[in-house]
Write a protein that binds this ligand. Structure first.
Ligand code: ADP
Ligand code: ZN
Ligand code: ZN
Length: 732
């Protein structure tokens, strides 16, 4: 008989340990198999086997020896382990690095129908299709129709049963033993057939970057190339080189529905070698692609964040395009970042990781500057186009604001109509994040910020208060502006929808398209909108940062940022960085075709360095300046952060536990660890649970993660309190 150590499907910190079950069946079992078990009052849960050991004792003897009864599993679910050794080991590593329940990591790694969770049993399965194969081509005694059909089958190696003839004819042939059925896995994903494309020759700068990357002795290399410098072409050439060496390629993009051109580029170049994994696929399609990769039928995988877990073997190169984009970090448990996971995987294979961006994340840039990562650059655009001419528009100058719309300046509207009149296109950009939580004076642009830590205050609907997410400061919702006395305080709701409506009212003839995450919720909608814009069915596209990244629209000669300040008001140490990035990236969208582009940036802070340097696309100057801020306030990359979320049904217990946890950590005697909080997070109640959070900051604290993980095991679950960690949080 076997004893199985099993992780239960619930990703709760208090259940993050294996439980023992018995198994004495004949079906194969091992690490990486799923099993059905009962657990407490729950009759049927999914479990994941983490260890198998043999025992000579009977169930009864075990019960006597242990003092409690060990249950038998109900059944074994899989016929083979779900993950190979490399991926099982990766699951451990990710779970340790991110202090995340192991089961949550496994769930993040696997497609829906393979997840260790009971709902996976309803997910798509392998689908088979019937093909025919000729067995006996002797045509004696067959009707003409049957002969016709048999010849067709004989001629083709394998042919779909339904394509070989009517059911009656085919069944007759089957009965007479002329043909037989062969079952083959059905491929549900039909990729567009792309014609093979001849690669561009690399220009001088691209070639130098390519060689620097190939020859670098570092495992991780940053490729910093301005927008439009042709980084994609470098990725393609490098991929070709690694394929020649017999190695496989993992190509990650921030969100594939937003950068479909990467799929197109890779498919054109590498044809059927490419598999795709991203959120626009149906679960069935994802499952098929996953299996195709696991069976070794793809050499290149192009995909979004979770594709970093693709069961690709022999990886030689992992590329993250637009490595600074925050969608590489998963929002929920486990809060992994595809970049870190890529580096873990690359270590296993001795592979190279290439991080590409025009505006690298500070973490990456700092490591490249320190020589921890290799560094390659492309300083000029591939088509030698000049960067767009940029103008910053000061919205505090009321004479400049358009009376009717109130949120647009006259120069932006004039410029937009001028371009549209010439048959060109414009993009209007709105910052998705922080919208509506941001409070400001509509007369002078004053933004309400925290007197304690200068972070911006956000509006909480449930109690009508303004709150600081850094230090916990709260204030009444203001009646007048402390700067100018105006009573026109606005909770900014610059949704894309509203902007579109305002534009339509002002210019009924203008064809306005919209792109945001609401649109993105409907499958293929993003792609449709982008295609329509590319076909010039819209004059103007209004959108969130989705449109700021990666797209190539030759007719776009104007980019307008409707309000650059929204990013600055975010309660995050990254507020400047994200504002800079947004402006620099979207300015880079303009003027990719024949005509020179222009960019107009509307702001209440026309002299703020994140805005002025973003407009100039002067990454280096911005980096130097913002790094000083990070240094002074001790934020990444000068320190590491771990955010801890504490939740309980009782608010009192939640607060108590938060303070207790903070005290414990401080008492543990780590040298340079500070703990901030507890604070009430923006979503202070999730479901029926109250939330609080703590922030742990440290420079070097060996063993801190192990310590926190042990502490979690010891303290969580008690009194219904749960802890969760976000290692390297994006927003704080
Ligand atoms: P990035 O990703 O660095 O912003 P892209 O890869 O989108 O830039 O390339 C910008 C444009 O330059 C694309 O239209 C691409 O086809 C073109 N391009 C890239 N490399 C070359 C080259 N070597 N010769 C000619 N055109 C190129
Ligand atoms: Zn004011
Ligand atoms: Zn504060």
């Amino acid at each position: 008989m076997k004893i199985l150590d099993v992780f239960i499907q619930h990703a709760k910190s208090s259940l993050n340990k294996p439980f023992s079950y018995l198994y004495d069946g004949d079906a194969p079992i091992g690490v990486g198999y799923r099993v059905l078990v009962s657990f407490g009052k729950q009759e049927r849960l999914m479990g994941f086997v983490a260890r198998v050991s043999e025992t000579n004792l009977t169930a009864k003897e075990l019960e006597e020896a242990n003092g409690f009864r060990i249950e038998f599993i109900h059944s074994v679910v899989d016929k083979e382990p779900l993950l190979n050794d490399e991926l099982l080991q990766l699951a451990d590593e990710v779970s340790q690095y991110y202090i995340a329940p192991k089961i949550s990591v496994l769930q993040a790694m696997l497609p829906q129908s393979l997840k260790p969770s009971i709902s996976s049993l309803r997910g798509p399965k392998i689908a088979y299709e019937d093909y025919l194969e000729a067995v006996d081509v002797d045509e004696d005694g067959l009707t003409d129709k049957q002969i016709e059909s048999l010849r067709l089958v004989a001629k083709s190696e394998l042919i779909l049963k339904r394509e070989a003839g009517t059911p009656a004819i085919v069944n007759a042939l089957l009965k007479k033993g002329k043909v037989r059925i062969v079952k083959r896995e059905k491929q549900r994903l039909h990729l567009e057939e792309y014609e093979k494309e001849r690669p561009h020759d690399l220009n001088f700068e691209q070639l130098r970057a390519y060689e620097d990357i190939l020859n670098s002795d570092k495992d991780v290399v940053l490729l910093q190339g301005v927008t439009g410098s042709g980084k994609t072409e470098v990725y393609l050439h490098l991929s070709e080189e690694y394929l020649k060496m017999g190695k496989n390629i993992l190509m990650l993009v921030p969100e594939i529905s937003l950068t479909p051109r990467m799929v197109e580029y890779f498919s054109r170049r590498f044809q059927s070698k490419v598999a795709i994994l991203h959120s626009e696929l149906t679960p069935a399609e994802k499952y098929d692609e996953y299996r195709r990769i696991a069976k070794g039928e793809a050499q290149v995988v192009v995909g979004a964040r979770s594709a970093v877990f693709a069961p690709l073997s022999d990886i030689g190169l992992i590329i993250l395009d637009e490595e600074h984009v925050e969608s590489y970090k998963q929002d929920g448990q486990p809060h992994y970042h595809a970049r870190e996971v890529a580096i873990m995987r690359a270590k296993h294979f001795g592979a190279k990781v290439l991080l590409g961006s025009a505006t690298p994340s500070f973490e990456t840039k700092a490591r490249a500057m320190k020589g921890v990562y290799g560094y390659a650059t492309i300083l000029h655009r591939a088509n030698a186009q000049e960067l767009p001419a940029t103008e910053i528009i000061d919205l505090t100058d009321k004479t400049i604001v358009d009376r009717q719309t109130k949120i647009f300046s006259k120069p932006l509207l004039d410029k937009m109509m001028e371009k549209v009149g010439k048959g060109e296109q414009a993009i209007l950009l709105i910052n998705r994040r922080g919208y509506s939580s941001y409070v400001s004076c509509s007369r002078c642009g004053h933004i309400f910020s925290c007197p304690g830590c200068r972070g911006n205050l956000t509006y909480h609907k449930e109690d009508g208060m303004l709150k600081c997410h850094h230090c916990g400061y709260v204030a009444q919702y203001p009646e007048v502006c402390p700067e100018c006395g105006s009573t026109q305080i606005m909770r900014v709701g610059f949704g894309t929808e509203r902007i579109c409506k305002i534009l339509n009212e002002r210019f009924p003839e203008l064809r306005v398209g919209r792109l945001d995450s609401d649109i993105g919720k409907v499958r293929n909608n993003v792609q449709k909108t982008l295609d329509a814009f590319k076909r010039h069915e819209y004059d103007v596209l209004v959108g969130t940062q989705m449109i700021a990244k990666g797209h190539d629209f030759p007719l776009v000669t104007l980019v307008g940022v409707v309000l650059a300040d929204i990013g600055l008001s975010l309660p995050s140490f990254r507020a400047n960085e994200t504002t800079f990035e947004l402006i620099a990236q979207c300015v880079g969208r303009s003027g990719r075709g024949e005509s020179k582009g222009e960019a107009l940036i509307q702001t209440y802070n026309p002299t703020h360095f994140a805005i002025t340097l973003g407009a100039e696309q002067n990454y280096e100057a911005f980096y130097r300046r913002e790094m000083q801020n990070r240094h002074i306030s001790l934020y990444p990359p000068y320190a590491f952060l771990i955010a801890i979320s504490i939740s309980a049904k009782s608010e009192e217990k939640c607060v108590q536990a938060s303070h207790a946890l903070k005290d414990e950590i401080l008492k543990a005697g780590f040298e340079d660890v500070t703990v901030l909080g507890p604070v009430t997070p923006y979503f202070s109640i999730v479901g029926d649970r109250h939330q609080r959070s703590l922030l742990v900051k440290y420079k070097k604290a060996p063993g801190i993660k192990k310590y926190l993980s042990d502490l979690q095991a010891e303290m969580s679950g008690k009194g219904g309190v749960e802890f969760g960690f976000d290692v390297d949080p994006i927003d704080y």
